[in-house]
Write a protein that binds this ligand. Structure first.
Ligand code: HAS
Ligand code: CU
Length: 559
């Protein structure tokens, strides 16, 4: 009886979440505006790889050509699109799950203002070709100081959301003693905790190294220290992008598919594993860096295999939930239930095809993580293939899929066309499938990444064949993007006004929160475990680098 009561939905009156609703809308709008510009740059790149140079005609707006375009592509797509979307989405989902507004609405607005101001500052040098340093901004490449200051503000803004979440959750716990934090809110706060700890790396890099250096306050810097601090954040950032998609796959997709989440406790375990394992593995991006001991690189490689597990748990849990939904909808057989999923809903199609491509992205991640194999694929087009399946599909396509229900929910206007949405999802699947497959192939054949291949004298004939198909994939994605933006613009301007706005219903679980061990909710314990693992895996290397660093490397502007 007790467990049935615990699983029953409360008939609580909906709290007034108008602030959170507005914040979600504004953040997501900024995110997709950034993606539109960033995405276009991708099209220019793949055309140039195939010998079609559109950089010369657009020189007045993009004076830095390929490398400026690549920087705009990386910064807008993986730093701006993701961060703004995530902050908007998590703000809303967190408040919805607790059914209470964020404790401090001024702080909530301040989050947006600080991030927005940072974006404007960073955009000025980026768009004027004064920060053509790519999204990893490795010294000694040196951008205008505004670029670093702007990005630092964007990151600092996100911290304010965590503060607000902690105050809000504490108030909720006081009102609901002994209860488990509802799963979506639990996942949102764990994501923000992980991210905030992770950003200590890039924030230190900015504040102690690159900002004083770019302002001319110090004469030189240390690239190895800068890179190490960057990847302290740069690896876990990929889970900051991924976990909000997982939140949707766990807590919304099962319900939208007509089923239930298979296991709530297993989902919590997966997020706790991400909290403790995401950060102490950043050196798998530095396998070829000099000045770092092989032992620690190997330790990071082993831990990287560890962080594979929460995604395997997710694989099992999400597919079991989908199977439950398919069978509930009348599906039978070993696999035939798949056809009974509601494929006509664009939010479902987009997110399931995103999951399918992510399975391959996960496999190429394992290849990257395998210490000696990394030497074969590092800095080749293989890596671009890998992250277009992960952040470019699992994340970006899921985020698009979410907007197919979230935009109608936020604006009270019906989605303009469901079938266009479904077509968009499948076009992305086909386009990205082609693009990433051939990028992986090109990487194995030695094509470097981040290189103006169209202008390189050493392009091999066998690359041309693969590059052609990668371009076809890129163009299919371009059509998919047009479908997406058309649908959204039409929804915002012409979408039918809904008489009744559909509310969010989070998925119930077959095994619910009451089955989860209480310790999972004690977040401080897990933060402490994360801190210990980070200290073990990073402190010796940081001390080592500090002991040998000379801080005398001047900046370079090569564009
Ligand atoms: Fe990665 C490089 C290792 C995941 C993004 N990664 C990158 C870079 C980016 C990136 C952007 O170890 C390049 C950075 C740069 O500019 O230099 N990555 C991994 C590993 C994983 C991984 C082990 N990466 C991600 C995710 C990303 C991302 C997620 C973005 C969101 N990655 C590396 C390494 C490098 C690297 C090295 C450095 C390479 C180098 O040399 O530079 C794992 O976390 C992956 C685990 C994933 C899975 C898949 C689970 C599947 C699920 C879906 C199941 C549902 C299905 C639906 C199939 C195990 C959960 C079924 C359908 C039905 C209808 C039933
Ligand atoms: Cu990584």
């Amino acid at each position: 009886m007790a467990s049935i009561a615990a699983r029953a939905r409360p008939l609580a009156i909906s709290a007034d979440l108008s602030v959170e609703r507005k914040l979600a809308g504004i953040n997501i709008f900024i995110a997709f505006a950034a993606l539109a510009v960033g995405g276009l740059m991708g099209v220019l790149q793949i055309l140039r790889y195939n010998g079609l140079d559109l950089y010369t005609p657009v020189k007045p707006v993009l004076p830095g050509g390929y490398y400026q375009g690549l920087t705009v592509h990386g910064v807008l797509n993986v730093l701006v699109f993701t961060t703004f979307y995530i902050i908007g989405f998590l703000t809303y989902i967190f408040a919805k799950a607790l059914n209470r507004p964020l404790a401090n609405s001024r702080l909530a607005w301040a989050t947006l203002w600080v991030m927005g101001a940072g974006l404007v500052l960073a955009a000025i040098p980026l768009l004027t070709n004064n920060a053509t340093v790519m999204f990893t901004f490795y010294p000694p490449l040196k951008a205008d100081a505004l670029f670093y200051i702007g990005l630092t503000l964007v990151v600092a803004g996100t911290w304010l959301l965590l503060v607000n979440m902690i105050i809000t959750r504490n108030a909720w716990l006081a009102d609901n003693p002994g209860q488990r934090t509802p799963l979506p809110a639990f996942m949102a706060i764990v994501t923000m905790l992980m991210w905030t700890i992770a950003t200590i790396g890039v924030a230190s890099e900015m504040i102690f190294l690159v900002i004083p250096w770019s302002l001319g306050l110090v004469g030189g810097t240390d690239p190895v220290l800068a890179r190490t601090l960057f990847w302290f954040t740069g690896h876990p950032i990929v889970y900051f992008w991924l976990l909000p998609a997982y939140i949707s796959w766990y807590t919304l997709v099962p319900e939208q598919a007509g089923g239930k989440l298979f296991s709530d406790p297993m989902a919590r375990v997966s997020f706790i594993l991400f909290l403790i394992l995401s950060i102490p593995i950043g050196m798998h991006h530095q396998v070829t860096d000099p000045g770092i001991s092989e032992i620690w690189k190997l330790v990071h490689a082993v831990f990287t295999f560890g962080v594979f597990f929460p995604s395997l748990l997710t694989f099992f849990n999400v597919v079991a939930s989908l199977e439950y939904a398919g069978r509930r909808n009348g599906g039978e057989g070993w696999l035939a239930w798949i056809f009974n999923l509601p494929w006509g809903k664009p939010e479902i199609s987009a997110q399931i095809v995103a999951m399918m491509l992510f399975a391959f992205g996960g496999i190429s991640g394992l290849v990257n993580a395998s210490y000696n194999v990394n030497l074969v694929v590092h800095n080749t087009a293989w890596i671009s293939g890998h992250f277009h399946l992960t952040v470019g599909t699992a994340v970006a396509l899921s985020f698009m899929g979410i907007t197919y229900w979230l935009v109608p929910h936020l604006t009270g206007r019906a989605l303009w066309s469901k079938s266009l949405g479904v077509a968009q999802a499948w076009l992305w699947f086909v386009g990205m499938g082609l693009f990433s497959h051939f990028m992986h192939e090109l990487g194995l054949r030695g094509m470097p990444r981040r290189t103006d291949i169209g202008g390189a004298p050493y392009v091999q004939d066998e690359w041309r064949f693969f590059l052609f198909f990668a371009m076809i994939g890129g163009l299919i994605m371009f059509v998919s993007a047009i479908f997406y933006y058309l649908n959204m613009i039409m929804t915002l301007t012409r979408g039918k006004k809904l008489a009744e706005v559909p509310d969010i219903t989070f998925a119930r679980a077959l095994s619910g929160p009451e089955d989860a061990p209480k310790i999972l909710d004690r977040l401080l314990v897990w933060v402490a475990v994360a801190a210990v693992l980070i200290l073990i895996n990073y402190l010796p290397t940081i001390i080592d680098i500090l002991n040998t660093a000379t801080f005398d490397i001047p900046g370079r502007r090569v564009w």
